[in-house]
Design a protein around this ligand. Structure first.
Ligand code: ZN
Ligand code: ZN
Length: 116
């Protein structure tokens, strides 16, 4: 029943401070976004042609992803990067990744609009 004792716990207070510090003038608001987008583009690029993936496919059990057209002649042989055997039945377009790429393109367009 002594409020003075509760008030003395000042260590839990800075939550309000943090919220007030989120002002846009702390830096260009898009800078971080552009950086993140660039990183995203890197992880969405083909291991062979380095462009953004078109119809992304995995050839085998490795982590490499390629455009379907880039590895057309490797299907049923091996991954051109790490030479993991590529079985024909393993080869399929990664729809999930394809959707992410579409979202990425959309973000890219929005970003370009913001800067023009
Ligand atoms: Zn490619
Ligand atoms: Zn590979």
């Amino acid at each position: 029943m002594r409020p003075a004792k509760l008030r003395s716990r000042s260590g839990n207070e800075p939550a309000d401070h943090m919220a007030q510090k989120q002002h846009p003038h702390s830096g260009p608001p898009w800078k971080e976004t552009r950086l993140a987008l660039r990183r995203l583009a890197e992880s969405l690029s083909c291991s062979l042609c380095s462009n953004i993936l078109k119809k992304p496919v995995n050839l085998g059990s490795c982590e490499h992803v390629f455009c379907l057209t880039c590895v057309d002649n490797c299907i049923g042989t091996a991954c051109p990067i790490c030479e993991v055997p590529a079985m024909k039945q393993d080869m399929k377009i990664n729809r999930k990744l394809d959707n992410i790429i579409k979202l990425y393109s959309k973000l890219q367009t929005l970003q370009d609009k913001d800067f023009s």
